[in-house]
Design a protein around this ligand. Structure first.
Ligand SMILES: Cc1cc2nc3c(=O)[nH]c(=O)nc-3n(C[C@H](O)[C@H](O)[C@H](O)COP(=O)(O)OP(=O)(O)OC[C@H]3O[C@@H](n4cnc5c(N)ncnc54)[C@H](O)[C@@H]3O)c2cc1C
Length: 423
């Protein structure tokens, strides 16, 4: 829809029941109007100016613990499709429970889960999607279905990693884990980060699955984190002494300052600064990308460290995988590269006036060399719409199956504002 000035406008709907969602989806399908589904609002389609109908799921944000369904792996919890992870962690903490989500409080349960969800406990419990046991879905035809491994198993499989292609999830059912507390370590790095990354890589090869680490090296301009390089570690139990002992190969290195604490899990979820001005304003452009890697070999480490040094307005993020993440059979979910042991993201902010065309080209070419060795791209951190890149976010077999599921559940492509699976 464009107004008389040619500007795009969207009609924002805030349904509070699955039936209201179904009516909106049916309307959009009937009128062939583009539909944008918004949970936490961190995805690129939520930032983009768009026409059509925007479903804001913010009113569907309840978090309920179902005490009657405690089973071997945990307790089933029901989470509204528009909830954010900080609220989930707060409610679950009162029950001594947690779900491995992402690292940031304001990120939505909807977008993060449907794309996979790499969080602070990914080595302990797997992806967010690995903890999913059921979902209530409003389909493209306006039906409300309950999907699980027993009911509509193909749809349920596709929801676990295939993004928002298959319907609006109005309720996620997760198996939450008992969590009496965690230990947390910050290792601030002054100097060369390469030896620290090598030590972390080596210790993660045999480390208990209680340990998950992330690395970030960011400039002062990035509002999401303190400037500089640091390796953060979560131990999925309130055992700071064990974490201290496990991290010794890292903390003993020159230039590393380690602080170990025992916070609540909710406290380690990062808070994003409140947006100034227009809430929907898009973040600066990002030149670079991400990948899931079988190995963090020395060459990759050196490339990442050099990348950060060569480009002042750049960021480098890493997350350890393996553990529970790697034990889920590849074909169980649509998520790619279960053999990956590290996730890597690197790129530069494209801030007009700060970098020129030569700098952009240099970032692109350095990133291309890093990208060459990846197994797959992680769609949730691919923040631009690139239809040609979508097959590279899945295994070949998963992509073929996703196309079949899409043809069954959304042949008209009502749900296309996502990393779109084209039939
Ligand atoms: C600050 C920040 C931190 C992040 N940290 C992590 C992290 O630690 N780990 C990680 O894995 N990822 C992380 N991400 C990436 C994040 O997973 C994606 O950006 C994700 O898409 C955000 O989900 P959202 O619900 O907030 O966004 P939204 O923009 O609301 O949703 C993204 C897309 O998901 C689909 N969608 C959302 N909800 C539903 C629903 N209920 N039903 C159907 N479709 C739906 C829609 O297609 C929508 O366009 C982070 C992103 C940011 C910006």
């Amino acid at each position: 829809m464009a107004d008389s000035t040619g500007a795009l406008s969207s009609s924002i709907r805030r349904p509070s029941t699955p039936e209201e969602v179904a009516a909106i989806v049916a309307e959009a399908a009937k009128e062939a109007v583009p539909l944008t589904v918004v949970s936490g609002g961190h995805g690129p389609w939520s930032h983009a100016l768009s026409d059509g109908i925007r479903i804001d799921l913010g009113a569907l944000a309840s978090v309920e613990v179902d005490g009657t369904t405690v089973h071997v792996d945990g307790t089933t919890v029901h989470v509204g499709g528009g909830a954010v992870w900080g609220d989930v962690a707060t409610v679950l903490a009162a029950h001594g429970l947690a779900i491995s989500s992402g690292d940031t409080a304001s990120v939505g349960v909807g977008g993060l889960t449907l794309g996979g969800g790499i969080g602070w406990m990914v080595r302990s419990w797997g992806l967010a999607v690995d903890q999913l046991v059921g979902a209530q879905v409003v389909t493209a035809s306006g039906e409300i279905v309950e999907a699980s491994v027993d009911a509509y198993p193909d749809l349920f499989w596709a929801l676990r990693g295939g993004g928002g292609n298959f319907g609006v999830v109005t309720r996620f059912d997760f198996s939450a884990h008992p969590l009496p507390g965690i230990a947390f370590a910050e290792n601030v790095i002054d100097g060369d980060a390469a030896p620290v990354l090598r030590a972390a890589r080596d210790l993660l090869r045999d480390a208990p699955r209680d340990l998950t680490v992330t690395f970030m090296d960011v400039p002062a301009m990035d509002p999401s984190a303190p400037a500089g390089a640091r390796l953060s570690a979560v131990w999925a139990a309130p055992e700071p002494d064990r974490l201290r002992a496990v991290l010794e190969p890292v903390s003993a290195l020159d230039g590393v300052q380690t602080e170990v604490t025992s916070p609540a899990y909710r406290e380690v979820l990062l808070e994003m600064p409140e947006p100034e001005g227009d809430e929907q304003a898009a973040p600066p452009g990002f030149i670079g990308g991400n990948g899931l890697y079988a190995e963090l070999d020395d060459e990759l480490i050196d490339r990442l460290v050099d990348f950060r040094l060569a480009h002042p307005a750049s960021v480098v993020f890493l997350r350890s995988l393996g553990g529970a993440f790697g034990e889920v059979p590849q074909e169980h979910t649509a998520f790619p590269a279960r053999s990956a042991t590290w996730f890597v993201m690197a790129g530069g902010f494209d801030i007009p006036g700060l970098i020129d065309d030569a700098a952009r080209a240099s970032i692109r070419s350095d990133w291309a060399a890093i990208e060459a060795g990846r197994l797959a791209e992680y769609g949730n951190f691919a923040d631009t719409e690139r239809p040609e890149a979508v097959p590279g976010m899945f295994t070949e077999a998963a992509f073929a199956r996703l196309r079949e599921v899409k043809a069954t559940w959304d042949p008209q492509n009502v749900f296309r504002r996502n990393h779109n699976i084209l039939v």
